[in-house]
Design a protein around this ligand. Structure first.
Ligand SMILES: *[C@@H]1O[C@H](CO)[C@@H](O)[C@H](O)[C@H]1NC(C)=O
Ligand SMILES: *[C@@H]1O[C@H](CO)[C@@H](O)[C@H](O)[C@H]1NC(C)=O
Ligand SMILES: *[C@@H]1O[C@H](CO)[C@@H](O)[C@H](O)[C@H]1NC(C)=O
Ligand SMILES: *[C@@H]1O[C@H](CO)[C@@H](O)[C@H](O)[C@H]1NC(C)=O
Ligand SMILES: *[C@@H]1O[C@H](CO)[C@@H](O)[C@H](O)[C@H]1NC(C)=O
Ligand SMILES: *[C@@H]1O[C@H](CO)[C@@H](O)[C@H](O)[C@H]1NC(C)=O
Ligand SMILES: *[C@@H]1O[C@H](CO)[C@@H](O)[C@H](O)[C@H]1NC(C)=O
Ligand SMILES: *[C@@H]1O[C@H](CO)[C@@H](O)[C@H](O)[C@H]1NC(C)=O
Ligand SMILES: *[C@@H]1O[C@H](CO)[C@@H](O)[C@H](O)[C@H]1NC(C)=O
Ligand SMILES: *[C@@H]1O[C@H](CO)[C@@H](O)[C@H](O)[C@H]1NC(C)=O
Ligand SMILES: *[C@@H]1O[C@H](CO)[C@@H](O)[C@H](O)[C@H]1NC(C)=O
Ligand SMILES: *[C@@H]1O[C@H](CO)[C@@H](O)[C@H](O)[C@H]1NC(C)=O
Length: 418
C-alpha cells in the first residue's frame, strides 16, 4: 500500500475543522527502555462494558481518556517475554496489548482489559467491587516488521462481555528508530473504505445541501455461531440508522439517515444461556451491537441493549452511544420474532434505528433454522386493514344480493310483461 504523506493528513485535518475533537481523544503511548523506544501507539479507543447491578445488567461506554499513561507491566520484552504495552487510566483501569513477531510480521497476540467496578462514577450501581480482567487473542492487528500498523477505520475487538472499539490507530512494535516508520501496513478496513474518518470528504467546497434520505434499505441475513460451530442466533433484517451529529461540511448539527449495506456488513457475536450479542460491522465506518436478554422465569426474550459506533466521512469525531435498558422485539423462547412493518427503535435523542422486514431469533434455535414466527402487533394491524375492507365489501355484496332477491320476489306479476 502507498503510505500517506504526513503533510496530507495534517492538511486534511484542518479541512474538516481540526479533526481531533474532545469527544474522543487521540492518545499517544510509548514504551521505552534505556534511551530507545520499542513500542509507540497513537490511537483512539472506547470501551463498551456490560456489568451486573442489583436489578439487571447495564452497559456503559467509556472512552480511553487523553490522560492515559503507560505503566504497570509495560516492557520491551526479551528474556522470553513478549513486548507489552499497558495503558493505565481512570481509577485502576488498564488496557494491555502484547506483541509477538517472526522475521517478517508482527501482531498483537493478546489484548487485556481490566476494569475496576469500585469506580462508581464509571460503573454506577455495580453490585460488585471487583477488578475484572478479560482477555482475547483474536485482535486481528498484523503488520510487516519495520512498518507502522495503520488503521484509521473503526474496528471493534470483542473481549469477554466488553467491546473495545479502536479508531485512528498508528502503531509500531519492535521499532528500530525512535519514531513511527513512514512505511505503513494498512489494515483491510482502510483499504476497503476510502471514506474512513480523517480522510477529507471529496466534495469539501460543495454548497451545504440537506442530507437526502435514502430509500428503503436492503435486507441482510446474519448469524452468530458458538464455539462448536452451532448457529445460535439468526437475524434477517433491513436496517437504517438515524443519527443526529455535527456536520463538518455544513458547520451545524444535522440529522443523517443512512442504510446499512448488507453486502458490506459482517456479523459476529456470542451466545450465553440468558444473553446473546449480535455485532454488525460495515467496513470501518459503522458498528452496531444488539444485546438480547432471556428471562428464564417467563421464557421470554427481548432486545435489551443497542450500541452504535459510526465514523462517517462528514463527522468531526466518531459518534458513539448506547442504551442498555431497552425493551424491544419481545418474543417467546423457541419462537422467532417477526415484523415486516417499519419499526423505529429509539436509543437516545441522537440515535434511532429503523428496522424493516425483520425476523430474529436469539435463543433456542434448532438445526440453525428459524422456528415458527410470532408476528408483531404492527403487522397484525396492517393485516387487519385488508381483512376489514374485504369483510365490508363482502357485506355490501351480500346486502345488494338480498335486496335484489327480495325485490324480485315482491314484484307484482302484472308488471312483468308490456
Ligand atoms: C542515553 O543517552 C545519554 C545521552 O544521550 C547517554 O549519556 C546515556 O548513556 C544513554 N543511556 C543508555 C542506556 O543508552
Ligand atoms: C435499580 O433500582 C433502583 C432503585 O430500586 C433504581 O433507582 C435504578 O434506576 C434501577 N436501575 C436500573 C438499571 O433499572
Ligand atoms: C450481581 O448480580 C448478578 C445478577 O444481577 C448476580 O448473578 C451476581 O451474583 C451478583 N453479584 C454480587 C456480588 O452480588
Ligand atoms: C497475554 O500477554 C501477556 C503479556 O505478554 C501475558 O502475560 C499473558 O499470559 C498473555 N495471555 C495469553 C492468553 O496469551
Ligand atoms: C478501584 O477504585 C477504587 C475507588 O475509586 C479505588 O479506591 C481503588 O484503589 C481502585 N483499585 C485499583 C486497583 O486501582
Ligand atoms: C510469520 O508468520 C506469518 C503468520 O503467522 C506466516 O504467514 C509467515 O510465513 C511467517 N514468516 C516466517 C518467516 O516465519
Ligand atoms: C528491520 O530493520 C532492521 C534495522 O534497520 C534490520 O536489521 C532488519 O533486517 C529489518 N527487518 C526487516 C524484515 O526488514
Ligand atoms: C454446542 O454447544 C452448545 C452449547 O454451547 C450445546 O448446547 C450444543 O449441544 C453443542 N453442539 C454440539 C454439536 O456439540
Ligand atoms: C430521524 O430522527 C428524527 C429525530 O428523532 C426524526 O424527526 C426523523 O423523522 C427521523 N427520520 C427517519 C427517516 O426516521
Ligand atoms: C460555524 O458556525 C459558527 C456559528 O454558527 C461560526 O461562528 C463559525 O465561524 C462557523 N465556522 C465555519 C468554518 O464556517
Ligand atoms: C452492494 O449492493 C448495492 C445495492 O444492492 C450495490 O449497488 C453495490 O454495488 C453492492 N456492492 C458490492 C461490493 O457488492
Ligand atoms: C422475568 O419474568 C417474571 C415473570 O413474568 C417477572 O416477574 C420478572 O420480573 C422478570 N425478570 C426480569 C429480570 O425482568
Amino acid at each position: 500500500m502507498t503510505p500517506t504523506h504526513p503533510c496530507v493528513v495534517g492538511i486534511a485535518c484542518f479541512a474538516i475543522l481540526g479533526c481531533v475533537t474532545v469527544a474522543q481523544a487521540l492518545v499517544t503511548l510509548e514504551v521505552t527502555e534505556g534511551n530507545s523506544t520499542c513500542i509507540k501507539a497513537e490511537l483512539s479507543a472506547s470501551f463498551s462494558i456490560t456489568y451486573d447491578t442489583a436489578n439487571g445488567t447495564r452497559t456503559v461506554m467509556v472512552p480511553l481518556p487523553g490522560s492515559a499513561v503507560v505503566g504497570g507491566a509495560s516492557s520491551c520484552g526479551g528474556d522470553g517475554r513478549s513486548p507489552w504495552l499497558v495503558a493505565l487510566f481512570g481509577d485502576g483501569h488498564t488496557l494491555g496489548l502484547s506483541f509477538s513477531s517472526n522475521n517478517s510480521l508482527y501482531s498483537v497476540s493478546n489484548l487485556t482489559l481490566q476494569y475496576n467496578l469500585s469506580d462508581v462514577t464509571t460503573f454506577p450501581e455495580a453490585n460488585s467491587t471487583d477488578v475484572v480482567t478479560v482477555e482475547t487473542t483474536s485482535v486481528g492487528m498484523v503488520a510487516r516488521v519495520n512498518t507502522t500498523y495503520r488503521c484509521i477505520s473503526v474496528s471493534p475487538v470483542i473481549v469477554g462481555g466488553a467491546t473495545v472499539t479502536f479508531s485512528n490507530v498508528k502503531m509500531e512494535a519492535y521499532m528500530t528508530g525512535d519514531d513511527l516508520s513512514p512505511n505503513e501496513s494498512v489494515c483491510t478496513a482502510d483499504q476497503n473504505s476510502p471514506t474512513a474518518p480523517l480522510h477529507p470528504p471529496s466534495t469539501t467546497t460543495a454548497a451545504p445541501v440537506p442530507v437526502p434520505t435514502p430509500g428503503t434499505p436492503n435486507q441482510g441475513s446474519y448469524s452468530v455461531s458458538n464455539s462448536n460451530g452451532t448457529v445460535c442466533l439468526l437475524a434477517r433484517m433491513a436496517l437504517q440508522l438515524n443519527i443526529s451529529h455535527f456536520s463538518a461540511l455544513q458547520n451545524k448539527t444535522i440529522q443523517e439517515v443512512v442504510n446499512l449495506l448488507p453486502n458490506q456488513t459482517t456479523s459476529s457475536g456470542s451466545c450465553d444461556p440468558s444473553s446473546a450479542t449480535l455485532v454488525l460491522t460495515q467496513g470501518g465506518t459503522t458498528n452496531l451491537s444488539f444485546l438480547f436478554t432471556l428471562n428464564t422465569t417467563s421464557n421470554r426474550y427481548h432486545l435489551s441493549g443497542l450500541s452504535v459506533v459510526a465514523a462517517w466521512s462528514d463527522m468531526t469525531a466518531p459518534f458513539n452511544t448506547s442504551n442498555s435498558s431497552l425493551d424491544y422485539l419481545r418474543g417467546s423462547l423457541g419462537r422467532s420474532y417477526m415484523c415486516s412493518s417499519e419499526q423505529t427503535l429509539a436509543v437516545d435523542q441522537n440515535f434511532s434505528l429503523n428496522t424493516f422486514q425483520l425476523q430474529v431469533q436469539p435463543f433456542g434455535l434448532t438445526r440453525g433454522q428459524f422456528a415458527q414466527a410470532e408476528e408483531c402487533q404492527l403487522d397484525q394491524d396492517n393485516m387487519l386493514i385488508p381483512i376489514v375492507v374485504g369483510a365490508a365489501l363482502a357485506g355490501l355484496v351480500l346486502i345488494v344480493l338480498i335486496a335484489y332477491l327480495i325485490g324480485r320476489k315482491r314484484r307484482p306479476a302484472g308488471y312483468q310483461t308490456i
